[in-house]
Design a protein around this ligand. Structure first.
Ligand code: SF4
Length: 197
């Protein structure tokens, strides 16, 4: 069950909870106030509940966040996205990655490391299809051409990263420092090979 990592920090969208029975949204300025307000609301309306009210509220808050915000704010049973939209921001990031890669002299990680990464991505719930702007997808997909004939045994399962939108078949071969140039602001899940802290 998902829960918030830090109850003292307001999650994206602030402290609010939509009561599933009535559809009414209840808000507060702190987590404790939200739990109190929801409890009061339910008592006033004769609504009963089972288990921890706080856990129910946290699960709902985490469930409405996008993948990036979920990873940044929640723990436990993250809900992966079904696809990742690739847009102008991704293209700019891609160009930044390529610029950094070229200026660092290019180079790829060892094949063994690429295969280790590919195996992790292949089993990752954030390894998803790209969708959206076709021109952007074409540009982002061009990174594959830079790789020459490099591949891994997991290529058939590699799609796009649901966090940053990177194309999996390519990124597993690139040095971490190069990839970092375009990944500031992204929080990767704990099992991700791109996570550096
Ligand atoms: S880069 Fe990390 S978060 Fe993205 S698909 Fe691969 S393992 Fe998952």
């Amino acid at each position: 069950m998902m829960h918030l990592r830090d109850l003292t920090v307001a999650p994206p969208g602030s402290w609010s909870f939509k009561d599933p029975t009535t559809g009414i949204r209840i808000s507060a300025t702190t987590y404790n106030d939200l739990v109190r307000n929801v409890q009061q609301f339910r008592r006033n309306n004769g609504i009963t509940w089972e288990g921890s009210l706080g856990a129910e509220i946290q699960q709902q808050i985490c469930g409405r966040l996008n993948a990036v915000d979920q990873v940044a704010n929640c723990s436990g049973g993250l809900i992966p996205p079904t696809h990742r939209s690739v847009g102008a921001k991704d293209v700019m990031r891609f160009l930044s990655v390529m610029g950094s890669w070229v200026s660092s002299g290019g180079g790829f990680v060892e094949q063994e490391e690429a295969e280790r990464r590919a195996a992790i991505c292949a089993g990752c719930s954030f390894n998803v299809e790209a969708a959206g702007c076709s021109v952007c997808q074409d540009i982002a997909g061009n990174v594959a051409k830079v790789l020459g004939g490099r591949s891994t045994p997991h290529d058939a399962q590699l799609k796009n990263c649901g966090i940053c939108g990177c194309e999996g078949k390519s990124s597993v071969h690139m040095p971490l420092d190069t990839l970092k140039a375009g990944s500031s602001g992204y929080e990767y899940p704990t099992w991700c090979w791109r996570r550096t802290r």
